[in-house]
Write a protein that binds this ligand. Structure first.
Ligand SMILES: [Zn+2]
Length: 199
């Protein structure tokens, strides 16, 4: 490339973002230089501050700048319920549903022997410490509905059931407003298997 060394470095550095290829990185760098220098400096400072101060919550492993995140530190949350998910984004999704008042545990991934991801990589040891604390009475497995998500859910369910903890898996089924003819057959099969009585 024929740009100045710093500009080249900036373009290269922007490529660390997901989905950003060489052309998009170039466009971003030019945009920041031409139109948004003040915001770019603010962004750079915030990135540095976030990278230096945000760590993992000691209980749920989600991102937090304090030892405990806002959810774990909240005395109103039910400490007997633990919902286990793959990513911090999944925590936000469930929080936005407004239908859960327990605590969370974030795996930051799922079991995947092919990629060399084992129990120690998804915090199982840390999870077992919480299972063994005696505080948790119910585990809700909310890993993704993928092969790896299912395998991970089954693995954790075995561990929680061994400890006599009530264990459930979130249901899959027909989305609100969804029409049956457009739903894939495996989702529909799961929806039928997990059907509930009309109250
Ligand atoms: Zn937390």
């Amino acid at each position: 490339m024929s740009f100045s060394p710093i500009l080249n470095q900036l373009i290269e550095a922007l490529r660390c973002l997901p989905g950003v290829g060489p052309k998009s990185a170039q466009r971003m760098a030019f945009h920041l230089l031409e139109r948004d220098r003040a915001k770019a400096i603010k962004l750079a400072k915030l990135i540095q501050q976030a990278m230096e101060s945000i760590d993992h919550c000691q209980l749920c492993r989600s991102f937090s700048e304090n030892a405990l995140c806002n959810i774990c530190a909240n005395p109103q949350r039910d400490r007997t319920q633990l919902c286990i998910l793959e990513t911090p984004a999944d925590v936000l999704a469930i929080e936005q549903s407004g239908s859960y008042k327990g605590r969370y545990f974030v795996l930051f991934g799922h079991l995947s022997p092919i990629d060399g991801i084992g129990p120690e990589d998804i915090g199982i040891q840390h999870l077992l410490e919480q299972f063994d604390s005696g505080e948790i009475q119910e585990v809700i497995l909310a890993t993704n509905a993928t092969v790896e998500g299912e395998v991970t859910a089954h693995y954790i369910a075995t561990l929680s059931k061994q400890r006599q903890i009530k264990t459930s898996r979130i249901a899959y089924g027909v989305p609100i407003g969804g029409e049956l003819e457009f739903i894939d057959s495996s989702t529909l099969a799961r929806a039928l298997a997990a059907r509930g009585e009309i109250l």
